[in-house]
Design a binder for this molecule. Structure first.
Ligand SMILES: [Zn+2]
Length: 69
């Protein structure tokens, strides 16, 4: 079982606030946190479409020094 860490960088997200938040964790954690952040801080509507957009800007995180298991 591989647990890939993901990151969503708010600078990559279309925003008028100039937000620089970076959210990192498992895909599910990032998805939940980023959805909450987008809704509460950016006024987005909590919808499946928003989650799709978050998945689009979600990037893989390479764990330092842990490339093999
Ligand atoms: Zn933000």
């Amino acid at each position: 079982m591989s647990e890939h860490r993901k990151v969503v960088d708010c600078r990559l997200y279309p925003s008028e606030k100039g937000c620089t938040l970076s959210i990192e964790g498992t895909e599910e954690e990032v998805l939940q946190a980023a959805t909450y952040h987008a809704v509460s801080m950016h006024g987005h509507e909590n919808s499946p479409e928003l989650r799709d957009q978050i998945r689009l800007i979600m990037q893989d995180v390479d764990p330092p020094g842990a490339s093999e298991k």
